[in-house]
Design a protein around this ligand. Sequence first.
Ligand SMILES: [Zn+2]
Length: 188
Amino acid sequence: MILHFIFVIKEEERQKRQPEYEYVKKMAQFFKVWIKEKFGKDFEIQCDELITKPRRLFEKLDTHTLLRDHDQRGKDIYHFYLSHFRPLWTDCTCEGYYAENFGMVYWKPPPDPHDTLYLAEKNCTTVSHELSHEILRSMGYKKHKDDIHEIWTKHFYDQLHFEQYGEDFKPTEEKPMFLTLDTSTLKI
Ligand SMILES: [Zn+2]
C-alpha cells in the first residue's frame, strides 16, 4: 500500500515555502511510523509537490480538482493533499476532507516558514484527524466519525492534549516536532 502526500503549492510561493516542504517530507515519514504503531498498517510513503499556476476565476482550484488528480494518478494509491485552499464541503470539524483513498487538508502557512511548532499545531494535527478517518473506515470501524470528532472536541474545549512526538518520531515531553490527535480512546 502506498500513501502519497502531495504538497499543493502556488508556483510563485514555491521558493518561500521550501522550509514547509522540508517539514512535510519529515512529517510523511513520521506518519508511516505513527500509522504502523496505532493502526498496524504498513504504508510505503511517497511525497512530492504539486505546483499550481495562476488561473482565471472560473477555473478555480477546488476539491473536485484534487479528486480528479487522484483519479488520474490511480485510485488504488492513497493520495493525501496538503493544499493552499480549503475543502469545498466537509462533514469534519476541521478544515479537512476524506473519501476512499483520498484525503485533503487546508495547510495553514505559518507566518514564519521555519516555525515547526506552528506547523505541528495547525497542520500535523489536522492531517492525523483525516488519516484516522480514512484508515479506520478502511478497517471497518463503524463509529469513526463520531469517535474522532468527540476526541477532537476534547482537544479544543476540554484541555485534552495532543500526542507529542519529537524529531526521532518518539513521544516526548519536550518541544514537539509533530502533534497528533489522542488515539487512546479509540477502540482499535
Ligand atoms: Zn473529521
